[in-house]
Design a binder for this molecule. Structure first.
Ligand code: NAP
Length: 341
């Protein structure tokens, strides 16, 4: 294990912002984590874990502790279990590399999650979801390493407290955990879900697409809605879609007219954050100095080149406040703040 010093974090997150890490280590082997635990204890340091850095806003302040970049790369195919097959995947594997491999093997369950940036280890944290699929539906268990007691532990899917873009891995209970691998159960036979509007339109003349065609469609649709990561910084959707009571929904519809809405748990209603940003708050395509709300998908906040983390936070906080004022609505961040703000 090689510990580097004073490493800029800008190259390790897709927003392309952030200060430097006092110490930095790349984890290529699960066993390195025991050494990491020793290092942290001896030097009494805080730590930060980074996967693909695609769902974080990293503070401009230098981080005084150790940053761990998880780069483990193993994909281990297990024996078939009837109509299912298990695959154990190390946390550092790129999410879309896994989806590509799984679709090539003609296995169902991950195709709608094609093209999501980030790593496998990051996927359970916010229970990544797109086009009606959520990663929790394919997870068998998540393996973690606890830096305090230096033990590996497996959490069954039901113990992960998965919710809409949420899990136990976002709670304080998990503050000393590092996700080391995720075990998936994938189906050899399955049905495809093309019910989301854009997919439905894409397949209007092809009612029985193949698994590979669904992946291709998702990649194309996402491609249109995302800025080129080589040119701009972004962490994808910045806010979650609000889930509100039906009374609140009625009130909003009366005031702002018909808006996209979908049934959610407990009789609640999910509304589209993108629609609100576009139609009520009018920020679609708008530029605030170095920060913009992408013209093809306003939920995607973009660093136009030289934005700082605090600038991105300031602009998005203002928009949240505006949502509160105009709609009485809490626009929650999907992106995680990392470090001091
Ligand atoms: P859209 O079709 O413009 O609809 C806006 C929102 O309405 C979606 O985000 C989705 O919420 C919800 N929605 C649409 N059709 C639905 C249905 N049939 N049932 C339930 N909810 C529905 O969506 P979009 O913005 O292009 O996004 C399409 C998918 O890609 C969504 O699932 C979205 O989460 C995902 N996406 C993810 C990111 C990211 O970076 N994480 C960025 C852009 C889009 P849900 O988000 O709850 O599905």
């Amino acid at each position: 294990m090689t510990v580097k010093e004073n490493i800029s974090l800008r190259g390790f997150n897709t927003f392309k912002v952030g200060g430097s890490a006092r110490f930095f280590v790349e984890i290529k082997n699960k066993k390195d984590l025991v050494e990491v635990a020793d290092f942290l204890e001896v030097h009494n340091l805080p730590f930060l874990v980074l996967g693909g850095g695609s769902n974080v806003l990293i503070s401009d302040d230098n981080f005084p502790g150790l940053v761990l970049k998880i780069s483990t790369q193993g994909i281990f195919w297990k024996d078939s279990l009837g109509k299912k097959i298990e695959v154990d995947v190390e946390a550092g594997v790129g999410w879309d590399e896994l989806v590509s491999e799984v679709v090539k093997k003609n296995l169902f369950g991950l195709e709608n999650l094609s093209g999501i940036p980030g790593t496998v280890g990051a996927a359970p944290i916010q229970n990544i979801g797109a086009y009606g699929a959520e990663v929790k539906n394919t997870i068998q268990f998540v393996e973690i390493f606890d830096l305090k007691n230096r033990q590996f532990k497996k959490l069954e899917m039901n113990d992960c407290r998965f919710g809409y873009r949420d899990s136990i891995f976002k709670s304080s209970e998990s503050k000393n955990w590092i996700i080391t691998s995720v075990s998936f159960l994938l189906s050899k036979e399955g049905s495809l879900n093309t019910s989301y509007k854009d997919l439905k339109n894409y397949f209007s003349e092809n009612p029985n697409p193949t698994l590979a065609e669904v992946r291709q469609a998702v990649l194309e649709i996402r491609g249109r809605k995302f800025p080129d990561l080589k040119l701009y910084g972004t962490a994808g959707s910045f806010f979650k879609n609000p889930i509100i009571t039906s009374e609140k929904f009625e009130e909003l519809q009366k005031k702002f007219g018909e808006m996209p809405n979908f049934p959610a748990e407990d009789g609640k209603v999910k509304i589209s954050a993108a629609w609100i940003l576009d139609n009520v708050l009018k920020v679609k395509g708008k530029v605030f100095n170095n920060v913009s709300f992408f013209q093809n998908q306003p939920l995607v906040v973009v660093n136009l080149g030289s934005a700082t983390a605090s600038e991105i936070k300031e602009v998005t906080d203002k928009i949240s406040l505006l949502a509160k004022k105009e709609l009485g609505l809490d626009l929650e961040r999907e992106v995680r703040l990392v470090g001091k703000f």
